[in-house]
Design a protein around this ligand. Structure first.
Ligand code: HEC
Length: 463
């Protein structure tokens, strides 16, 4: 599998991992909240039970416990709500399941002194808090603790007034404590189980995805190599056919040129001219096809040499001048003084310029001007060909440089265009490390710009 596809699988896996982690975290938080609430309800029920028992005791003015005293005589002892609560709580303390405690910051009975946690809870109640519920650790492990305040009523003052209390004060509180270790560890076990499951699912998913993409890539790369070899066959065939056609055609051109030298009658001369024009057109098409085949097969090598830019452009303009003149089109050159020199394949750049210039002339009407110019900025040389011709429709611009592309624009004098010239020009410029692009205002003209990077070395040789 290639690197790109593997990265994509990894990214998909990562995204999934993030989503799953977020989901699990959310679930864990929710579950933790639910268990906490459940434990809270449990503790609150216990607390209320203690309150009810105290109220029952108080409503009877205390409970009386019978003892068999010394000498078999029966004796009764009165147990008030406070003592009852404390005694039951002492019993429950031995029980691992739950414990509770009546506590005060200012206890009558030192056994009822608040522990550290109860102290903060009671201080909170004094500030107006209504209850405190928390998971806290005490030496033996995690406990869920709930404490609610007990307020002073009128009836309490009978016994507690000397401590300085007033009605409404917080006299103390009842705290209930439940073991939370089991709950927390089952939560943890649950969470770990879920993580393991999610990771397994994720691995399964990534492996499946990986496998599927791998199979897809395999068949794609098979298809790709089939296509490449077909393309190669096509280009080879094209190259061979063009090459084999070129030699006899060059012969026809040569012979027709010789024939033109001969003394001929007007009709014969017309025929020979026709033969020459047609075979030259054919030869130029075949030469272009050969170039395309060569470029596509990577067989076109540039012959890079330092060349002065200005003379090269003038030469290109000179070549095309007769055609421009014939169509009544003015040719202008605007070459910046600092165009300098650079490393390039003059023959190929001339081919590119010839192509752009002959295109400009093809699509221009008599009386207009075609300009070729060059300027240097930064590390780049731009060469441009501007015409005042029919222009190119916006939608045609992107396909302008594709092989065999046809546009809506028509040559003004019925000239031919096989749609290879710009494709070849683009590839030749690209072989030089440059770019070519076109801009146009339909009806007003077009501008083709070539940008070539000037290497540091050629810039030095310029000085
Ligand atoms: C009959 C007297 C009496 C009355 C009435 C009374 N208490 Fe108490 N209270 C006591 C005694 C005695 C203790 C100590 C009990 C023990 O040994 O734990 C106590 C202890 C407490 C404690 C535990 C902290 C400590 O000081 O040891 C709280 C809280 C408490 N009383 C609240 C109240 C409230 C609230 C009322 C009114 C609803 C009230 N008491 C009414 C006698 C009384």
């Amino acid at each position: 599998m290639n690197k790109h596809a593997r990265n994509q699988v990894l990214v998909a896996g990562l995204i999934l991992l993030t989503v799953i982690s977020a989901l699990m975290l959310g679930m864990a938080v929710k579950q933790d909240g639910m268990l906490r609430r459940q434990t809270y309800n449990h503790a609150a029920a216990l607390h209320d039970l203690v309150l009810v028992a105290r109220r029952w005791n108080a409503s009877h003015g205390g409970a009386y416990l019978g003892h068999s005293g010394p000498g078999g005589k029966e004796a009764f002892e009165r147990i008030g709500p406070e003592a009852m609560t404390r005694e039951i709580s002492e019993l429950a303390r031995g029980d691992a399941l739950f414990s509770f405690h009546i506590a005060s910051l200012d206890p009558l009975n030192p056994d009822n002194a608040a522990d550290a946690w109860e102290r903060t809870a009671l201080e909170g109640f004094a500030r107006g808090e209504k209850e405190r519920a928390e998971v806290s650790t005490n030496g033996s492990g995690l406990r869920f603790r709930l404490m609610k305040p007990i307020y002073v009523e009128q009836s309490c003052l009978a016994c507690h007034a000397q401590q300085g209390y007033r009605v409404g004060d917080v006299r103390g509180g009842i705290s209930v404590s439940l073991p939370y270790d089991a709950v927390a560890s089952s939560l943890r076990r649950n969470f770990i189980g879920m993580i393991v499951l999610a990771v397994l699912l994720l691995i399964l998913f990534v492996l499946t995805l990986y496998f599927l993409i791998w199979r897809l890539m395999e068949s794609l790369s098979q298809l790709n190599s089939d296509l490449a070899s077909l393309n190669e066959t096509k280009d080879r065939f094209l190259g061979m056919a063009a090459h084999d056609l070129r030699t006899p055609l060059a012969g026809v051109v040569g012979l027709a040129q010789l024939l033109q030298e001969e003394p001929l009658g007007p009709e014969q001369r017309q025929f020979v001219d026709g033969i020459l024009a047609s075979s030259e057109r054919m030869l130029s098409l075949i030469t272009d096809l050969l170039d395309v085949a060569k470029i596509n097969r990577g067989r076109l090598d540039l012959n890079l040499q330092d060349a002065d830019v200005a003379p090269l452009l003038s030469q290109a303009a000179e070549f095309i001048a007769p055609i421009a003149k014939k169509k009544g089109i003015a040719l202008e050159t605007k070459i910046a003084a600092d165009a300098g020199s650079m490393k390039l394949d003059s023959k190929r750049i001339l081919q590119v310029l010839d192509n752009l210039l002959s295109n400009a002339i093809k699509y221009s009407k008599a009386g207009t001007t075609v300009t070729i110019g060059a300027e240097r900025s930064g590390g780049r040389l731009s060469i441009w060909v501007q015409d005042q011709g029919v222009g190119i429709a916006e939608k045609d611009l992107p396909k302008l440089f594709l092989e065999f592309s046809q546009t809506d624009s028509r040559p003004t004098a019925g000239e031919e265009s096989h749609g290879l010239g710009l494709a070849i020009a683009k590839r030749l410029v690209e072989l030089h490390g440059g770019t070519v692009h076109a801009s146009s205002a339909p009806g007003k003209g077009s501008r083709f710009t070539i940008e070539l990077p000037v290497s540091a070395r050629s810039r030095e040789t310029r000085r």
